[in-house]
Design a protein around this ligand. Structure first.
Ligand SMILES: Cc1cc2nc3c(=O)[nH]c(=O)nc-3n(C[C@H](O)[C@H](O)[C@H](O)COP(=O)(O)OP(=O)(O)OC[C@H]3O[C@@H](n4cnc5c(N)ncnc54)[C@H](O)[C@@H]3O)c2cc1C
Length: 163
């Protein structure tokens, strides 16, 4: 399972350009925070959403909320200047340490083969059927992959009933 975490920051008003949805930043050093989404156009809210993936995401989610928000603000102050205001509120995901998720979604680790996903999808006898994005050869790591895997499991069940 890979990790992709989100940190939403809500401000009193937007201090970033209002005509873009995605803001990309290549930092010199320090915490990544390379990718931001503005919710101004999509939701009409002065909210910025920062992503952190893989090891960066794991490292950050081990920190407390205050440290994560401070790290995000450090990055935004590098991009927009030190005069920008602090957030009014925030929301943070920690998918890697969520006991019912243990990650954001599956990825193909070095040496992984498509057949491994077939193994995950293989029913146990005629009683237990598996769905979930990780069980898909194609469209894994996605919401539509998860949906299609559920349809596959349902079809397997219906096939069983019609025998
Ligand atoms: C930050 C982030 C961004 C994403 N962006 C996109 C995107 O832009 N486009 C896209 O298509 N996909 C995206 N995804 C991926 C997509 O959300 C997932 O691939 C999809 O939700 C996986 O669905 P699933 O049913 O396989 O698993 P899940 O949605 O994880 O469902 C598994 C369920 O099982 C429950 N569970 C776990 N253990 C137990 C247990 N022991 N007993 C009972 N219940 C249990 C969990 O609580 C959970 O509800 C994103 C995911 C993340 C985290």
């Amino acid at each position: 399972m890979g990790v992709l975490n989100k940190c939403y920051l809500r401000f009193e008003k937007a201090f970033w350009p209002g005509d873009v949805d995605w803001l990309e930043h290549v930092p010199g050093t320090g915490p990544a925070w390379t990718q931001w989404v503005s919710l101004v156009r999509a939701a009409g809210l002065p909210v910025l959403l920062g992503f952190n993936a893989a090891q960066q995401g794991r490292d950050l989610e081990a920190l407390g909320d205050t440290a994560i928000v401070a790290s995000a603000m450090q990055s935004l102050r590098t991009i927009f200047g030190t005069q920008i205001p602090g957030p009014l509120d925030y929301q943070i995901t920690r998918w890697g340490s969520d006991p019912f998720a243990l990650g954001a979604y599956s990825f193909n680790a070095l040496g992984a083969k498509p057949a491994m996903r077939d193994d995950l999808a293989a029913p146990l006898g005629a009683r237990v059927f598996f769905a979930g994005e990780a069980t898909m050869r194609h469209d894994f790591s996605s919401a539509h992959g998860a949906l299609l895997s559920g349809r596959r499991a349902a079809a397997q069940l219906l096939q069983l009933r019609s025998r």
